[in-house]
Design a protein around this ligand. Structure first.
Ligand SMILES: C[S@@+](CC[C@H](N)C(=O)[O-])C[C@H]1O[C@@H](n2cnc3c(N)ncnc32)[C@H](O)[C@@H]1O
Length: 209
């Protein structure tokens, strides 16, 4: 059976490849401070932490993080150009995280993956997670936020998942199954107040066993 593409690619979705439209949609959808609260209160990220963000987009999360050390990588070079322009003193890298194997993981005590996995099929998610597992130690954390489908969810939240540019929005069960319990210890929290409209997200903290 032919696999569906990882992302929707019609004209409207292509607009989101441009930082201006991506940032506009995020601004309209997100409640003020909702994401920074997760970074601080749930992930516990503070000034002394270091963060490598995989799939950082145009660097939208950088200003929400109080950490001094930050590196962002993204496959979309338009986003990376925009992020580098806004934060000239930070490290941003345009590369495919799935096949990326360099030593960059060692430099940060937190690997942040925010809204990326639903843009990757299962095979690529597993490759990425395996790659991360190989390159981190037990002192580093992998911090994830992602949109999910849930049983009995609000029809608007369901529609949001269906309309997302990423074609691999998963059920909570399928999403959590991406992370092998033999390899990682897992803390999981469900959040439905991140956006101004009904939505379901799962927040996951992984530590290598
Ligand atoms: C929904 S955006 C999330 C951006 C940002 N993390 C946020 O929280 O708003 C998903 C990002 O993942 C990037 N992406 C998709 N596939 C990727 C890959 N294989 N390697 C690196 N980045 C990827 C896209 O270019 C896009 O910027």
């Amino acid at each position: 059976m032919e696999q569906k593409p990882e992302e929707k690619n019609s004209f409207l979705y292509k607009l989101l490849n441009f930082p201006f439209f991506y940032l506009l949609v995020q601004f309209l959808l997100y409640k003020k401070n909702s994401k920074s609260k997760i970074f601080e209160e749930y992930f516990g990220l503070g000034v002394n932490d270091s963060v490598l963000e995989i799939g950082c987009g145009p660097g939208i999360n950088r200003k929400l993080l109080s950490t001094v050390q930050y590196i962002g990588i993204d496959i979309n070079c338009n986003h990376i150009k925009k992020a580098s322009k806004k934060y000239p003193n930070e490290n941003f890298l345009c590369t495919d995280a799935v096949s990326f194997t360099e030593d960059i993981y060692k430099e940060s005590n937190n690997i942040l993956i925010c809204h990326l996995l639903h843009h990757l099929n299962d095979e690529n998610c597993k490759k990425l997670i395996k790659n991360i597992y190989k390159n981190i130690d037990t002192q580093q954390s992998v911090l994830l936020i992602d949109i999910i489908f849930k049983e009995n969810q609000h029809p608007i939240a369901k529609l949001l998942g269906r309309l997302d540019k990423g074609n691999y929005v998963r059920t909570d069960v399928d999403y959590l199954n991406l992370f092998d319990d033999n390899l990682f210890s897992k803390e999981v929290k469900y959040v439905n107040k991140l956006l101004r409209i009904p939505s379901n997200f799962v927040i996951t903290k992984l530590v290598k066993k």
